[in-house]
Ligand binder design. Structure first.
Ligand code: AMP
Ligand code: TRP
Length: 335
């Protein structure tokens, strides 16, 4: 039996942080051997909010280097740039025409991001989840590993696929309905400055997040300044202590320990004792990734060749699906 297909992506905005790594990339690396994987850099999604044309390309390349440095294995995973496979934009258009507007208006991420854009909110931001549906459906993905925050977008993808099948696939389903894959641990890494908000690229304060490429000094400084509480003895899952839960979770995952081990180790600790431990664990976990990253960034020809091959493999799969959808919708085939 052939392997099930996994697909996921990350927007090429800004630098990746621990939330992206622990909530997304690390999970992909852990499961990749059991699946046929497509991982991509969502640069078309990156322009749904105002972006800087001078840094978009560089951000995309950096992200490719981060994926590879984090352990994405090209023997079982294809990595590619979203904008290099034109089928994404084209399927998004077709899906736009079957998606009711009110499905998009109730997306939480849209509402949150739209507030920040005020009068200038673009049509692309509203349409973001339809492009995401196209990303997924083009590859007949069985599973889509994402963080908790993307769950609603996956539900929408399933609804869109079901609607296309219902309207145009009575004889034979046109699109495969994908399943989300959300890991409990690390699904939601919180901000270092406010344990009730998720760690995010768009938080104005750099102290709120640890970036994958942060230097040891930066990591030390951020953990030193992070928000804690005056209580001695550290525990998981106390709703009154979101920061404590978050920092213990980071320590657990980055140190490859079990929750039970960490709970026992830290139950009598104060912050003064815990913070240096978390700092050392974080630095140690990130160092090999950073080392590999710099090596890859110095080998541009190799990166280019990986992305060229990725785009070609991805296009072959995506174009087949696109043709299938166009046929089902009744278009005159190219003559
Ligand atoms: P984004 O940075 O929004 O493009 O997210 C890229 C991937 O990282 C998605 O799978 C998100 O669900 C995941 N992610 C982003 N922020 C966090 C976070 N704070 N905790 C866990 N996962 C996250
Ligand atoms: N919207 C996703 C995020 O912010 C990124 C993304 C775009 C994605 N297309 C996708 C994730 C397709 C999974 C599958 O994290």
């Amino acid at each position: 039996m052939s392997k099930k297909r996994v697909l996921s992506g990350i927007q090429t905005t800004g630098n990746l942080h621990l939330g992206n790594y622990l909530g997304a990339i690390r999970n992909w690396v852990d499961i990749q051997q059991d699946y046929d994987n497509f991982f991509f850099f969502a640069d078309l999604h990156a322009i749904t909010v105002p972006h800087d044309a001078k840094t978009l390309a560089e951000n995309t390349l950096k992200m490719a280097a981060v994926y590879l440095a984090s352990g994405i294995d090209l023997n079982c995973s294809t990595i590619f740039v979203q904008s290099h496979v034109s089928a994404h934009s084209e399927l998004a258009w077709l899906l736009n025409c079957v998606t009711p507007l009110n499905w998009l208006e109730r997306m939480i991420q849209f509402k949150e991001k739209a507030v920040k854009q005020g009068e200038n909110v673009g049509v692309g931001l509203l349409d973001y989840p339809v492009l995401m549906a196209a990303d997924i459906l083009l590859y007949d993905a069985d599973r889509v590993p994402v963080g908790e925050d993307q769950k609603q977008h996956l539900e929408l993808t399933r609804d869109i696929a079901a609607r296309v099948n219902d309207q145009f696939g009575k004889q034979k389903p046109v699109l495969k309905v994908p399943e989300p894959m959300i890991r409990e641990e690390g699904a939601r890494i919180m901000s270092l400055t406010d344990g009730s908000k998720k760690m995010s690229k768009s938080d104005p304060s750099e102290l709120s997040r640890i970036e994958l490429l942060d230097s040891a000094e930066a990591i030390k400084r951020k953990i030193k300044k992070c928000k804690t509480d005056p209580i001695k003895g550290l525990t998981f899952d106390d709703p009154e202590r979101p920061e404590c839960n978050n920092l213990l979770t980071l320590y657990q995952i980055l140190g490859n320990k079990t929750k039970v081990e960490v709970a026992a180790e830290c139950q009598d600790m104060g912050w003064g004792q815990f913070k240096p431990l978390l700092t050392a664990t974080t630095i140690e976990a990130l160092q090999p990734i950073q080392h590999k990253y710099h090596e890859l960034m110095n080998n541009r020809d190799y990166l280019d060749s990986v992305l060229r091959e990725g785009a070609s493999k991805a296009s072959a799969v995506a174009n087949q699906t696109l043709t299938r959808v166009k046929d089902a919708l009744g278009f005159l085939p190219p003559l």
